[in-house]
Design a protein around this ligand. Structure first.
Ligand SMILES: *[C@@H]1O[C@H](CO)[C@@H](O)[C@H](O)[C@H]1NC(C)=O
Ligand SMILES: *[C@@H]1O[C@H](CO)[C@@H](O)[C@H](O)[C@H]1NC(C)=O
Length: 518
């Protein structure tokens, strides 16, 4: 009796034994430190996440893959200080891995097919009392619907889970916090290899409802420009801390020795280095690599780049000036090998009579471009959309609308007083970064009208109203015949045309990158 009481006095430490215990349908994984979580052996859902005794898991909705696997085979192993929980269905093998003494759940998801729901995501539905602080723009609890079932209004501000999204090239750590606790997803850059959409694709990270939802979207149709990939997604992690964000350089190399389905070890990977030239000064340069099996990226500077840990195969290589494709190449990666590729921008840098915006595949600098990633275009905090008349030589680019919606701010009119040396045959080059409902620009210059350009490839998704401009970049060249432009006042009207229609901000639309008169 005496020894039992003295054991109790040390209860938290004494009972924090690393390992996995299963009773009934509950598989309890104890990190041996502050984290203890429970996996349902029926569904693979995480039903409890305790940190120093505080319950972080919402009890009405659990933590799971996609919207839950329904039923799954759940097994565990414990070996040399590493516990592995394996959750499998006929198409998915999902792993939760814990190292003794660490409050981090390392995760890997091998998918041999896209789940029927059409998106592959990890979602932690957390106890909002314990972790009340998410991304403020994604707190939607109690809001009224503005669009779809995913954009809301609260106290006159639009909110959406889409406003938690971050470009994947920058999205390596994101999380939610509470008093003395933080829960963070950690995604190393290489772990996006089976996702889709390239370095500038963005996806949902958080939503505050009755739960605090924390996500890592592996793929979805949220303005997706590429086909989905299959295979081993990750490794990624959900780290629980006393509040601070963990480093993005979380060492996941120990996973290499665990023999996980679909996992490709570093010895079976290769690297590439190379050079680039010809991009505009002052813009970020990114190198993208893609084939049907994998995707990668590297930030480049000073004319050079390197990228390691790639799966063997032949890749299309893209040189991005900002977010705009400026050059292409091809490279073949072999296991253990180091390849090289030299890239050159093939973008013409024309001499312009005037230009509006920067040729960078983004609407940066234009009206409302600084707000669109965090609010709906109908938000009262947005600058008035117009229709805008933009005067060359007078107006700043911040007066030019970042997007044009057929039913809201159409047409955009450019007013230009031309000198006699500036007229004659000219080309107006309009670059756009996305299009919704087959919208594309058509122009009227004084009394002359252009043809209607062919519809761009359609993306099966809402676009800019979901807080992103990242669709397919398009370039439209309109050759304005000699005799159209006059010395003196000219009017150029840009309209969005489409065979489709829609209301307000869901009418056919385009997002502008830049305009150049050449
Ligand atoms: C893991 O994914 C690969 C690639 O899609 C697939 O061939 C393999 O069957 C998967 N393994 C399991 C056990 O599902
Ligand atoms: C490279 O891109 C071209 C054009 O989109 C495509 O046809 C080809 O399959 C791609 N190659 C690889 C290796 O993905």
């Amino acid at each position: 009796m005496k020894s039992f009481l003295s054991l109790l006095a040390f209860a938290p430490a004494a009972f924090a034994a690393f390992g996995v215990e299963t009773s009934g349908s509950s598989m309890v994984v104890d990190s041996g430190d502050a984290l203890v979580f429970t996996v349902s052996t029926k569904s693979g859902d995480i039903t409890s996440i305790k940190y120093s005794g505080t319950e972080l898991q919402d009890k009405s909705k659990f933590t799971q893959l996609s919207s839950g696997l329904g039923s799954a085979d759940v097994t565990s192993t414990v070996d040399s200080g590493v516990a592995v929980v394996t959750i499998s269905t006929n198409i998915i093998t999902h792993y939760y891995i814990v190292r003794e003494g660490e409050n981090t759940i390392y995760i890997g998801t091998n998918a041999s097919e896209e789940p029927e729901v059409g998106e592959l995501r990890f979602i932690a539905r957390l106890n909002k009392d314990a972790v009340p602080n998410g991304i403020p723009e994604s707190e939607v609890d109690g809001g009224s619907v503005v669009e779809g079932s995913d954009v809301f209004e609260i106290d006159g501000e639009t909110r959406s889970k889409f406003y938690s999204s971050v470009r994947h090239i920058e999205d390596n750590v994101h999380g939610v916090t509470g008093d003395g606790v933080g829960v963070y997803m950690v995604i190393p850059a290489t772990s996006y290899e089976k996702s889709s959409g390239g370095p500038f694709h963005r996806d949902i990270n958080n939503q505050g409802t009755a739960q605090q939802e924390l996500y890592w979207y592996m793929n979805s149709n949220h303005e997706q420009t590429e086909a989905y990939r299959t295979g081993f997604f990750g490794p990624y992690a959900m780290a629980v801390t006393s509040g601070d964000a963990p480093s993005a350089d979380l060492d996941m190399s120990f996973i290499e020795d665990l023999g996980l389905d679909g996992y490709v070890a570093s010895s079976d990977r290769g690297s590439v280095s190379g050079t680039y030239s010809g991009t505009l000064d002052g813009l970020d340069v990114t190198i993208g690599f893609s084939n049907s099996d994998a995707q990668y990226w590297a930030s480049a500077s000073g004319g050079k780049f390197t990228r390691d840990a790639m799966l063997p195969g032949t890749y299309n290589v893209t040189l991005f000036q900002g977010e705009l494709e400026a050059g292409t190449g091809s490279v073949t990666i072999s296991a253990g090998g180091s390849a090289s590729v030299d890239l050159e921008s093939s973008l013409e840098i024309p001499e312009t009579v005037w230009s509006i915006g920067t040729v960078d595949g983004t609407p940066a600098g234009f009206l409302n471009a600084d707000k669109i990633e965090k609010m709906h275009p109908s938000d009262s905090r947005m600058g008035a959309w117009g229709p805008v008349t933009f005067t060359i030589g007078t107006d700043d680019e911040s007066a030019f609308p970042m997007a044009q919606f057929q039913a809201v701010n159409d047409p955009t009119t450019i007013s230009w007083s031309a000198g006699s040396g500036d007229i004659g045959e000219r080309t107006l080059r309009i670059r756009t970064t996305s299009s919704f409902a087959s919208g594309r620009p058509k122009i009227t210059v004084n009394k002359w009208s252009s043809d209607t350009p062919a519809a761009p490839a359609k993306i099966d998704s809402r676009g800019v109203t979901r807080g992103t401009w990242r669709g397919n970049n398009q370039v439209y060249d309109y050759v304005i015949p000699d005799g159209t432009l006059v010395a003196g006042d000219n009017t150029i009207e840009i309209s969005v045309v489409s065979g489709s229609s829609g209301e307000t901000f869901l009418s056919p639309n385009v997002v502008y990158d830049s305009l150049e008169l050449i």
